[in-house]
Ligand binder design. Structure first.
Ligand SMILES: Nc1nc2c(ncn2[C@@H]2O[C@H](COP(=O)(O)OP(=O)(O)OP(=O)(O)O)[C@@H](O)[C@H]2O)c(=O)[nH]1
Ligand SMILES: [Zn+2]
Length: 207
């Protein structure tokens, strides 16, 4: 894996004008993005998120997962703080790709849960790798992080590459009747730290 920085532009959003930094993994050809808002002091812990691509949730309004809600909330929270970053990683479907995720959804429509469906297709439950995060964080000048996630693997991935996670900030949003089972499986089988009590019901139109 080799990460090459390509270019930076502005990204105006409903929550604020972010800077968008493009990176290329020259080995896999994957194109990753870092969004930043504000100026970072490398000694300070910066609020941020590592977000794995979910075309269905992030762009197509799917209620099968919580991804789109988490992305929006993370961007909004960063805008409210006036400072922060998002690494948007092209690891669709926990690393199995879009078409395999649709195959997995087909199996889930037949009763499998999200982990079983991956395994029925011959994949591990979570195939993601996080070795691209260090060169991306180096480029945007982040060394200490307050990480918005419920996923302990992301906290470990940051610490493994020498980035200090000063605080884990829970990000429990977007629960609805279509993703309730998925969220339960993430919590019981993938180790996500989620409490029922703090789960805000972002989308009642799915109810
Ligand atoms: N294989 C598979 N991937 C899924 C399914 N539902 C969502 N995904 C993918 O799961 C990933 C979710 O990534 P993130 O939004 O970074 O969330 P996370 O790793 O669960 O951890 P958080 O930071 O707590 O949100 C994305 O790549 C989605 O495309 C599913 O049923 N099967
Ligand atoms: Zn999703």
């Amino acid at each position: 894996m080799s990460i090459k920085y390509i270019a930076t532009s502005k990204l105006p959003t409903p929550w604020g004008v972010f800077e968008m930094h493009g990176f290329e993994d020259t080995t896999s050809g994957k194109e990753h993005v870092a969004l930043t808002l504000g100026q970072f002091d490398s000694q300070q812990a910066v609020l941020g998120r590592i977000h794995s691509e979910c075309l269905t949730g992030d762009a197509l309004f799917s209620l099968r997962c919580d991804c789109g809600f988490q992305l929006q909330t993370a961007m909004q929270t960063i805008a409210e703080e006036g400072q922060g970053f998002i690494l948007y990683l092209r690891q669709e479907g926990r690393g199995i790709g879009l078409l395999n995720k649709i195959r997995a959804y087909q199996l889930q429509d037949g009763g499998a849960n999200t982990v079983e469906a991956n395994e029925m297709l011959g994949f591990e439950a979570d195939m993601r790798k996080y070795d691209m995060i260090l060169p991306m964080l180096n480029k945007i000048g982040v060394e200490h992080v307050r990480l918005m996630t419920n996923n302990p693997r992301k906290v470990a991935a940051m610490q493994n590459v020498g980035i200090e996670v000063v605080e884990r900030v829970p990000l429990q949003v977007g629960k609805n009747r279509y993703n309730e089972q998925y969220l339960k499986t993430k919590s019981t089988q993938l180790g996500h730290m989620m409490s029922e009590v703090h789960f805000t019901d972002e989308n009642t139109s799915g109810e």
